[in-house]
Design a protein around this ligand. Sequence first.
Ligand code: PXP
Length: 248
Amino acid sequence: MIKLGVNIDHCATLRQARYRQTKANSGVIIEPDILQAAFFAENGGADSITAHLREDRRHMNDADLAALRKGIVVPLNMEMACTPEILKIALRLKPDYICMVPENRAEVTTEGGLDVIAKFEDISAAVDKLSKKGVVCSLFIDPCIEQVEAAAKSGAQSVELHTGAFANAWGNVRKKDAQKKRIAAACAYARSLGLTVNAGHGINYLNAREVVELGDFNEFNIGHSIICRALAVGLSEAVAEMKELINS
Ligand code: PXP
């Protein structure tokens, strides 16, 4: 059984498109409601809810994370950069899981994996602090053996393999196969080191089955494609369809 983590950042992006400057207590009806979106995802069978608190708060904000922490039944997975400000918030919020990601202000979405080797001291110190609070730590890395090795040494319990390069190679069989080999090798190596392995980025209804076949994954984290599908069938149904697909 592969678990499905549903990233609902895009619901907050939609809210910000209209209500960026509206105060929470101004009396205006602010939609969509992020907690309600999480409930719909839970109803569809989401095994966890993922929200990324970015430094610039371009979609999720501190109040959203606090509401999700209190309101949802399934585990909360907080995506976060390894910066002092966000780490402080994570230590206070104590989500069930965190996934540490690199963050670049100009990027549209998380573009590459964490360079755990280059940032080893900061990452392992943050993992240590979070683990002591009972937060399960995952590192979002490219499917690269050296990064897997560094992730294991950092004390993180889990890695999330970045599947974006695989997804972007969809139209080119040779490139896609090369990416699949990288993911399979990284997954097998991470499992051999005792890490839990998740996968995410660019996974959709067309390519998900191909990722399933690549190894022993614990969870897929999916956002964009599920929210797009939700426009046609609703969020609960979109989640249920993906859950069935990855476990069929
Ligand atoms: N995993 C991580 C670490 C991410 O940063 C993202 C994007 O926010 C996702 C998964 C979900 O990617 P997508 O929206 O392409 O499904």
